[in-house]
Design a protein around this ligand. Structure first.
Ligand code: GLV
Ligand code: GLV
Length: 327
């Protein structure tokens, strides 16, 4: 039997590619940039399996172009780039990469939280510029973290990991969202499930871990910022469009809230006007899962998912396993 053809839309870590090559003929986009839509559609024409990125739109047009497709594996946990309902209508399994990036992403959220609270980036720049005059009692005063209230929007795997990591800082934990109570953090931390307005009003730090859906799109806008404490900090490592970024720039400039740590943007790779001039925002380029071992594990998981799909088995982390059961 000839090996199935697989297309990978961006170079991913070698362990995943090596596993794929054992069983498949693998073609990879080895240019270090996302493919334009026409390139993507042309390159998947004879592929039976595709591993793609959050920058690839996996929709009806993609499935039409990839007429021989047996399954699609996302190299990301977020899957707002995939029309899962359309895949299911076509009885095509699709998968994401949960779990393997949970701790790395929660760790980045903490890094941003502390960087904002203690003004790490702003003060690093002062040191580099040579302008530091020496120690001073009123210099660069920041925000306490220990004993404060942490609000988690979206108590999924990553949101709960973020919450659990707060234990060392003796924080009060509130959370909002999720279809059922987050028992692990309720039991271990006494975390309290609250409505959105309570989360806004009571949190000193809000960390966003919700998937991008119609309900979460622009959930944080001028109205939400006005309900937050003036001393509050917001951190986003999920998807940019959960925040109305122009409204955030205004809220930060006018000190409606104290600060923000952002890893994701409403219109990536662009950043809203006005943000770059502000000292009270720390910005990173969508690196939540960007550690060597996490990316290796994402590549392996995406490859395992795709190999299972090509065999007609249920992939380890399938988003629509019901399409396989009924085949
Ligand atoms: C990255 O944003 C991911 O969803 O894995
Ligand atoms: C999903 O996005 C998660 O929290 O792992």
């Amino acid at each position: 039997m000839s090996k199935p053809k697989v297309y990978v839309t961006r170079m991913i870590p070698e362990p995943g590619l090596a596993l794929l090559r054992e069983h498949c003929l693998v073609a990879v986009n080895d240019r270090d940039r996302p493919l334009a839509r026409e390139e993507l559609l042309a390159n998947v024409r004879d592929a039976e399996g595709v591993i793609g990125q959050l920058t690839d739109k996996i929709d009806a047009g993609f499935f039409d172009a990839a007429a021989r497709l047996k399954g699609y594996a996302n190299y990301a946990v977020g899957y707002d780039n995939i029309d899962v309902a359309e895949a299911s209508r076509r009885r095509l399994p699709v998968s994401n990469t949960p779990d393997v990036l949970t701790r790395a992403t929660a760790e980045l959220a903490w890094a941003l939280l502390f960087a904002v609270a203690r003004r790490i980036v702003e003060t690093d720049a002062v040191m580099r510029s040579g302008a530091w005059p020496g120690w001073g009692p009123l210099q660069f005063l920041g925000l306490d973290v220990s004993g404060k209230t942490l609000g988690i929007l979206g108590p999924g795997r990553i949101g709960q990991a973020m919450a659990l990591m707060s234990q060392g800082f003796a924080m009060t934990v509130l959370y909002h969202g999720g279809s059922k109570p987050a028992l692990a953090i309720e039991e271990k931390l006494g975390a309290r499930r609250v409505d959105f307005d309570t989360l806004l009003a009571e949190s000193d730090f809000i960390s966003i871990h919700a998937p991008l859906t119609p309900a979460s799109r622009r959930l944080f806008g001028a109205e939400a910022f006005a309900k937050m404490k003036r001393t509050a900090v917001i951190v986003n490592t999920s998807r940019g469009p959960v925040i109305d970024e122009a409204a955030l720039a205004v809220a930060l400039r006018e000190k409606t809230i104290a600060g923000a740590g952002l890893d994701v943007y409403e219109f990536e790779p662009k950043m809203a006007e006005g943000l770059r001039e502000l000292q009270n925002v720390v910005v990173t380029p969508h690196i939540g899962s960007a550690t060597r071992s996490t990316r290796d594990n994402m590549a392996l998981l995406a490859a395992r998912n795709l190999l299972a799909m090509l065999r007609g088995d249920t992939p380890p982390t399938c988003l629509n396993p019901e399409v396989l059961g009924k085949k």
